[in-house]
Design a binder for this molecule. Structure first.
Ligand SMILES: Nc1ncnc2c1ncn2[C@@H]1O[C@H](COP(=O)(O)OP(=O)(O)OP(=O)(O)O)[C@@H](O)[C@H]1O
Length: 702
C-alpha cells in the first residue's frame, strides 16, 4: 500500500517516465521533463462534465478519484507531509532529494492585505412590525381568520399597515420596504379582499382579474402559494401560475379552463400572449409588478412592454402596483409608463423621511434620492454584515473553511453562497460534494469529517437546471433546517427561505441593489442573520462603495476563518502529527490550509477531464468578472487579476495558457457589442411604450 500516501507527495506517473535503469539524477531530470510536458500540454482530451450533469450522472466516472481523495483524507498522507517541503513549491532546487509536493505555496507571493479603513455610516433602518392587528382593517371576516389561523399572523408589518388601506382605496402605488418585511401579503390581501367582494361573483371562465408579474420561477411558485392560502375561504376564485420550464401544453389547458389570479414570469407570459388563443385581459383589475427593478433588467423590459401593450389593448382601467426592496432609477421609468398618479409608500425610520399618519410617503423619503446622491437602502436591523479580504490563492480554502466552520462546528446553520455564474455553482458544488463529503453524502473519511456527514449538506440552484430539479431543490432547502445552498442570483430576489442564518457572497455583486437582495435572504421578518462578503485585497475599495450607499460591514480576518481547520485533525500536517492539543499558531493554520488545498488540487488533477472542467469554470469566472459595470471597473477589472493565483482557487496548479487578459478583452468587446445592440432595441421599445402609455393616460383622463 505504498501508494496510499501518494496524493500529497508523489509525482504522478506519466507515460514518458524514465526507465528504471536511469541513475538518480537522470531519473529526476526525466521526471521533471515529464512534468513539464504535462504542464505544457494541459489536459484537454477528455470532454468536461456536461453543464447540467446531475450528480448521479457525474459520479461514475469519478470513482477512481473519489477513492484517491479518500486516501488523502485517511491520513496516510499526513505521515509524509512536510510543511517545509510544501512551502518550497515546485521550483525548489532540492527536488532531487525530496519528493515533489504538487501543492505550491499558498502563502507565498500573495498581495498584501490592506488595512480596511471602513467608514462607519448610519444605516437606513425600518421598523418591521407595528402594534396594529389585521382585524383592525376593513377586511372580510373569513379573510382575517385565514390570516390568523392558516398563516398564523396577527400583527401587521409596517409595509402592510401602510399599503393595504391605500390599495383598498383603489389607488396605484409604488411600494418600497426592506427585504423580508412582508410585501407579498401587502398586495395579496387587497387583491383577494377586492375580488371576493365583487358584486357579480367571479367565474373561473372569466379569466384573469389580477396579473402578478415576478422575475423568477421560484418566486412565482412562492407567491402562488401565498395567494392559494388566502383564497381558502373563497373557493370560487382560481389562482394559477405560468412559468418557463413547465409544460406549455398543460399551461394552455389551465388557461383555457380559466385562471382568475394569474402569477407569471414575464418571459413565459409573452410566450403565451404570442401563441395561446385562450389568453385575454378583458377583465384585468390589478396589475402587480413584484421585484419591479429586477423585472427591468435587460430582456425583461422588452417583455414588460409587450405585456403592457397587450393589457392596454383590452382593458384600460385597472389598479397598478410596483414593489421592491430597492427602487432604482430605472423603476421611475417603469412607474411612469405603468402607474397612474401613484401613492409612493416607503417604510423608513424618522431619521430618513417622514410618513403622514396614513403612511403615504413624502418625496424626500424616496430611495430615488436627491440628484447626485447615491441611493441608500434599508437593511434589516437584525442583520450583521461582514467582509473578509482574501488573496486569490486562498479563496477556495477560505470558502471551504468558512462553510466547515459554520455548518459543521455550529448547530442548525443554513447558508446560501452566491456565485456569479451557473458554471461556478456547478464547479464548486461537485468539488465540495466530492471532496468534503465524499460520495453520496457520506464523509470521505471517518477521520476527517466525523460529524460533518450529518451536518453538511450541499444543494445548488441556478438558471441552467431543469425546472423540475430547480423546484425540488427550492422545496428541499426551504424545508430543511440545515444545509448549504450554492446558487446564482436566481435565488437573490424575493425568495423566502426560512431560517437562513448565513449569506456568503463569494463573487461580489454587480450593484448595491443586488448586494441588498442577496443579504436579504437572511434576517427576514425580524429574525437574526449574518452575511459575509469575500473580496480580494485589490477589491478592498468596494467597502467604500457600499458605505456610500449607507451599508456598513465589519471585517473578519482571513486567518480567523482558516483557523477553524485546526479544530479538525483531518487537516493535520506531519509536523504536528503526534501532538494532540496544542494552541494553533499561524504556521499550523497555514499547513492545514495547504493540506486542504492539496485535496482540491488532487481531485481536480486526477483526470484530464476534471482539469478541463476546472479551466472552464475559471474561464466563466473571468467572463463574469469582465462584466462589472463601468462605475465599478476601477475596483473589479480583469487587468488586476493574477491569473496564476486565481487558477489556484479552481484547484488548478497553473494558469491555463489561453486565458490571457487580451483574449478575455476580445471576448468582452464582442459581448459589449451585443449588449449595445440589445440596449438600443430596448430603448426604442421603451420610447414606443412611453408614447403609447401617454396616449392611454390622455385618453383615460379625457
Ligand atoms: N404580518 C406578518 N406577521 C408574521 N410574518 C409575516 C407577516 N407578513 C409576512 N410575514 C412572513 O414574512 C416573510 C417575508 O415576507 P415576504 O416574502 O413577503 O417579504 P418581502 O418584503 O417580499 O421580501 P423581499 O423583498 O425579499 O421579496 C414570509 O415568510 C411571510 O410569511
Amino acid at each position: 500500500m505504498a501508494a496510499v500516501g501518494g496524493p500529497l507527495l508523489h509525482v504522478p506517473k506519466s507515460p514518458t517516465a524514465a526507465p528504471r535503469t536511469l541513475s538518480g539524477s537522470r531519473r529526476a531530470q526525466a521526471r521533471r521533463q515529464a512534468e513539464a510536458t504535462k504542464r505544457k500540454h494541459p489536459a484537454s482530451r477528455e470532454a468536461p462534465p456536461a453543464k447540467r450533469r446531475s450528480e448521479a450522472s457525474f459520479l461514475p466516472a469519478e470513482k477512481a478519484a473519489a477513492k484517491e481523495t479518500q486516501r488523502t483524507f485517511k491520513g496516510k498522507a499526513q505521515k509524509t507531509f512536510s510543511p517545509k517541503k510544501s512551502s518550497v513549491g515546485v521550483s525548489d532546487g532540492t527536488r532531487e532529494q525530496k519528493p515533489c509536493v504538487r501543492t505550491s505555496s499558498l502563502f507565498k507571493n500573495n498581495p498584501e492585505i490592506p488595512e480596511l479603513h471602513r467608514p462607519v455610516v448610519k444605516q437606513v433602518q425600518e421598523k418591521v412590525f407595528t402594534s396594529d392587528a389585521f382585524h383592525e382593517l376593513d377586511l372580510h371576516p373569513h379573510l382575517i381568520s385565514t390570516i390568523n389561523t392558516v398563516l398564523n399572523m396577527t400583527r401587521m408589518t409596517s409595509v402592510q399597515k401602510q399599503s393595504i388601506p391605500v390599495l383598498l382605496e383603489g389607488r396605484d402605488a409604488l411600494v418600497r420596504s426592506q427585504t423580508g418585511s412582508g410585501k407579498t401579503l401587502a398586495y395579496c390581501i387587497p387583491v383577494v379582499q377586492s375580488l371576493q367582494a365583487m358584486k357579480s361573483k367571479i367565474q373561473r371562465s372569466d379569466g384573469p382579474y389580477a396579473l402578478v408579474l415576478v422575475p423568477t420561477r421560484e418566486l412565482a411558485l412562492q407567491s402562488f402559494d401565498t395567494v392559494q392560502k388566502l383564497l381558502k375561504p373563497f373557493t370560487w376564485i382560481v389562482p394559477g401560475v405560468l412559468m418557463g420550464g413547465e409544460r406549455r401544453k398543460s399551461e394552455k389547458a389551465r388557461l383555457r379552463k380559466g385562471i382568475n389570479i394569474l402569477i407569471s414570469t414575464p418571459g413565459r407570459l409573452v410566450d403565451h400572449i404570442k401563441s395561446t388563443k385562450n389568453i385575454h385581459f378583458r377583465r384585468i383589475q390589478w396589475l402587480i409588478l413584484d421585484e419591479a427593478d429586477r423585472i427591468l433588467d435587460l430582456g425583461f423590459e422588452k417583455d414588460i412592454t409587450v405585456i403592457l401593450n397587450a393589457i392596454n389593448a383590452e382593458c384600460q382601467k385597472r389598479q397598478n402596483v410596483l414593489l421592491s426592496a430597492t427602487l432604482t432609477e430605472g423603476v421611475t421609468r417603469l412607474a411612469d409608463i405603468s402607474l397612474l398618479n401613484p401613492v409612493r409608500i416607503s417604510v423608513l425610520d424618522q431619521h430618513h423621511g417622514q410618513s403622514d399618519p396614513k403612511g403615504r410617503e413624502v418625496p424626500e423619503a424616496s430611495p430615488l434620492s436627491a440628484a447626485g446622491e447615491p441611493d441608500s437602502f434599508a437593511i434589516p436591523e437584525s442583520l450583521d454584515q461582514h467582509v473578509t479580504l482574501v488573496p486569490s490563492k486562498l479563496r477556495l480554502v477560505s470558502l471551504a473553511a468558512f462553510i466547515l466552520q459554520q455548518c459543521k462546528f455550529e448547530k442548525d446553520q443554513k447558508m446560501i453562497v452566491f456565485f456569479s455564474s451557473c458554471e461556478l455553482v456547478e464547479f464548486h458544488y461537485h468539488l465540495f460534494v466530492q471532496t468534503l463529503l465524499g460520495r453520496s453524502g457520506a464523509p470521505a473519511s471517518g477521520q476527517l469529517l466525523p460529524s460533518a456527514a450529518t451536518r453538511l449538506k450541499f444543494l445548488r440552484l441556478h438558471g441552467n437546471m431543469e425546472q423540475e430539479e430547480r423546484t425540488a431543490v427550492f422545496q428541499e432547502f426551504s424545508h430543511s433546517k440545515t444545509g448549504v445552498l450554492l446558487c446564482t442570483d436566481v435565488a437573490a430576489r424575493g425568495l423566502d427561505l426560512p431560517q437562513v442564518t448565513w449569506i456568503v457572497q463569494y463573487n461580489a455583486p454587480s450593484s448595491p441593489a443586488e448586494y441588498i437582495h442577496r443579504i436579504g435572504r437572511t434576517a427576514r421578518i425580524g429574525c437574526r442573520g449574518s452575511s459575509l462578503l469575500i473580496l480580494a485585497p485589490s477589491e478592498a475599495e468596494y467597502v467604500n462603495s457600499l458605505a456610500s450607499h449607507k451599508i456598513n460591514v465589519s471585517e473578519i480576518k482571513v486567518e480567523d476563518i482558516l483557523s477553524v481547520l485546526t479544530r479538525d485533525d483531518g487537516f493535520k500536517g506531519s509536523r504536528w502529527g503526534s501532538q494532540k492539543s496544542r494552541a494553533a499558531g499561524p504556521q499550523e493554520i497555514r499547513e492545514r490550509a495547504t493540506v486542504l488545498q492539496t485535496v482540491f488540487e488532487d481531485y481536480v488533477h486526477s483526470s484530464e477531464r476534471r482539469v478541463s472542467w476546472a479551466k472552464k469554470a475559471l474561464q466563466a469566472f473571468i467572463r463574469a468578472y469582465a462584466t462589472y459595470p463601468r462605475e465599478l471597473k476601477h475596483i473589479f477589472h480583469v487587468r488586476s487579476l493574477h491569473l496564476g493565483h486565481v487558477a489556484k482557487s479552481f484547484g488548478l496548479r497553473d494558469a491555463p495558457q489561453n486565458l490571457s487578459v487580451a483574449a478575455v478583452k476580445r471576448r468582452q468587446a464582442n459581448l459589449n457589442r451585443q449588449n449595445q445592440r440589445l440596449l438600443k432595441e430596448t430603448l426604442r421599445l421603451g420610447r414606443k411604450a412611453a408614447r403609447m402609455a401617454s396616449a392611454y393616460q390622455h385618453g383615460s383622463q379625457t
